[in-house]
Design a protein around this ligand. Structure first.
Ligand code: C2G
Length: 130
C-alpha cells in the first residue's frame, strides 16, 4: 500500500487544484491531503482565505481521489505529517520546486507542473473588478 501526501490551501477550488490532486493520487494507492488552516494562511499571505478551513476541508474530502484530509497547521511540520501518516511520496506543485528536497530522507519528493493560466488570486481579482 503506497501512500501519497500533498498539501495546499485549495481556496476557491478550481481545475488547477483538481489536476494536481488527480495526478498526485496516481503516484500511489491512497492520497492524504493536508489543507492549510486559516491561521497558517494568514501568517503566509496576510489575508484569510475566502472559504474557511472547514469548508475547504469538506470540498477536498469529498473528492473521489482523496482518502483522508487533515488540517496543516504549519509549513515546518511536513516531516511530522509524513512520519505520522507513513507517507511514501510527497507531491507538490512546482511553485514549491526545491523547497522540500530535505524531506527526501523520509520519502520520495515529486514536484508536478502547475496548470497554466488559473489561480485563486486571479479569480478573486476578476470577481472583485466586476
Ligand atoms: N496548483 C496547480 N496549478 C494551479 C494552481 C495550483 O497545480 N494553477 C497546485 C499548487 O501547486 C499546489 C496545489 O495546487 O500544489 C494547491 O495550491 P494552493 O492552494 O495555492 O496551495 P498553497 O497555498 O501553495 O499551499 O504546504 C503548502 C501549503 O499548504 C500552501
Amino acid at each position: 500500500m503506497k501512500t501519497v501526501i500533498t498539501f495546499g490551501t485549495f481556496d476557491v477550488f478550481h481545475v488547477g487544484h483538481i489536476n494536481l490532486i488527480q495526478r498526485a493520487a496516481a503516484y500511489g494507492d491512497r492520497l492524504f491531503v493536508g489543507v492549510s488552516t486559516d491561521e497558517l494562511n494568514f501568517s503566509k499571505k496576510s489575508r484569510y482565505p475566502i472559504y474557511n478551513e472547514r469548508e475547504r476541508m469538506k470540498i477536498v474530502n469529498s473528492l473521489r481521489y482523496v482518502n483522508l484530509c487533515f488540517p496543516e497547521e504549519s509549513l515546518e511540520k511536513k516531516a511530522d505529517y509524513i512520519k505520522y501518516y507513513n507517507a511514501d511520496v510527497l507531491v507538490m506543485g512546482n511553485d514549491w520546486e526545491g523547497k522540500f528536497d530535505h524531506l527526501q530522507e523520509l520519502c520520495e519528493v515529486v514536484y508536478l507542473p502547475r496548470t497554466p493560466s488559473v489561480s485563486t488570486t486571479e479569480i478573486i481579482e476578476v470577481i472583485s473588478s466586476t
